[in-house]
Design a protein around this ligand. Structure first.
Ligand code: CA
Ligand code: CA
Ligand code: CA
Length: 124
């Protein structure tokens, strides 16, 4: 008979899955970031087609560069923003840490995490 998995084990497994997703992604970013300034310009983004295609969307301040955090925020919204309103409601959030600290990260308290709130959350 299978015993239920203890919640501690579940938490560790969730963390491992998250790391497995994040580490290759961060390595890809570093490989593309030729001049190591922590951002991708349009030329560097050619190595990351999924970034290159959406470069203008991600480059919010139009300085010709996208920051690692901006790309990650975009990825999270892409995968979790079910109703495409560019923010995450409590129901939409799938990330464990975001769920747990939702109230803390929702700085303006409107019940959603928008792009700037997500960026702050990821920088922590
Ligand atoms: Ca760069
Ligand atoms: Ca949404
Ligand atoms: Ca908010």
């Amino acid at each position: 008979m299978a015993r239920p998995i203890p919640s501690k084990v579940k938490a560790v497994l969730a963390l491992i899955v998250l790391l497995m997703f994040m580490i290759p992604w961060a390595m890809d970013f570093r490989r593309a970031d030729r001049n190591n300034d922590g951002t991708l310009d349009r030329e560097e983004a050619r190595l990351r087609p999924e970034v290159y295609k959406k470069f203008d969307v991600m480059d919010k301040n139009r300085d010709g560069r996208v920051h690692q955090t901006e790309i990650f925020v975009h990825k999270i919204l892409d995968s979790q923003d079910v109703n495409d309103d560019a923010k995450l409601s409590r129901d939409e959030v799938k990330n464990r840490r975001l769920t747990k600290r939702f109230g803390e990260y929702d700085i303006d308290g409107d019940g959603f995490l928008d792009e700037s709130e997500l960026a702050l959350a990821l920088d922590h």
